[in-house]
Design a protein around this ligand. Sequence first.
Ligand SMILES: [Zn+2]
Ligand SMILES: [Zn+2]
Length: 353
Amino acid sequence: MTTTATAWFLDTPAQPLVRRELALDEPAADQALVEVIACGLCHTDLGFADGSVKPRHALPLVLGHEVVGTVRAAGAAHAALVGRSVIVPAVLPCGRCEFCRSGRANACPSQQMPGNDIHGGFATHLLVPAAPLVPVEAAAGTPVEELAVVADAVSTAYQAVRRAALGPGDAALVVGAGGVGGFVVQIARALGAHVVACDVGAERLATAQGHGAEVALDAGTLPAAEVRKAAHAQARGWGVPSLRWRIFECSGTPAGQQLAFGLLSRGATLVQVGFTPAAVEVRLSNLMAFDATVHGTWGCPPDAYPEVLRLIAAGRVRLGPYVDRAPLSRVNALLEDMAHHRLTRRMLLDPRS
Ligand SMILES: [Zn+2]
Ligand SMILES: [Zn+2]
């Protein structure tokens, strides 16, 4: 039996998304049909919609990769999922290749990402691989629609922190404290690190300070050299040697990337989390001189999600202050708002309105 979903398609870059019906086949043996409860709106969606980034799937494509929903049907081996609420991870690895077997499933070359490789969550339903789905009963107590942001923003932040091997007593210097960066701040603090947040907005900095950042530096008013001096002085003041400084670039802006690279010091580690199609000029030789480390990070392997949900259930990572709700039917206006930096919170889109 096919299911008729209502979905918002990207037909043409830089044109509004178009709403129409999408016929979804019955799930294959390794698939599940998920009825969307909420789908987060991410900067990556804006990049696809405005044409600055090309999705891997040919257009038309249904965008949206931050889904929480209810499994309505699944292949026989996954029948136990039917009726359960699940997070659809933004990165759905194959589970079989060498990347997947080596603990690097988030870099799986055969991965599928909703709204990029397959039709996504700006829809009433979507069809996805069943094996990576994450049941969410573990985070009972949090409104289920808020868990949509775990599919990308929160889990990506968690994986970035893991990639950095951040530990208690380390110093996390977070550039870009909204979106994913806001969750890096919270998770780093939850794991016992000291946290400095750098951003350009007073409101985002205030939110970061209310949720884990001990120090907030406004890179909009301070020149980069002053931000660097203040962040380093703070970390040293905590008695943390630069070997244990973990810098997270989450702004996805050229200025943020340059600032983050400039925060490197002897033995320090930088994790690149944000994305911009722009190129920046940095002196790579600093890595040599400092014996420093730079990691990239992409998404999060599904097996890390239960720990993320435990942090949320324990109240150590809060979602509420970082999210807002809107009907999916407003998606084009919200993309416009996002393009003009008018959104301060992650929007959770409800496909039923
Ligand atoms: Zn995203
Ligand atoms: Zn794989």
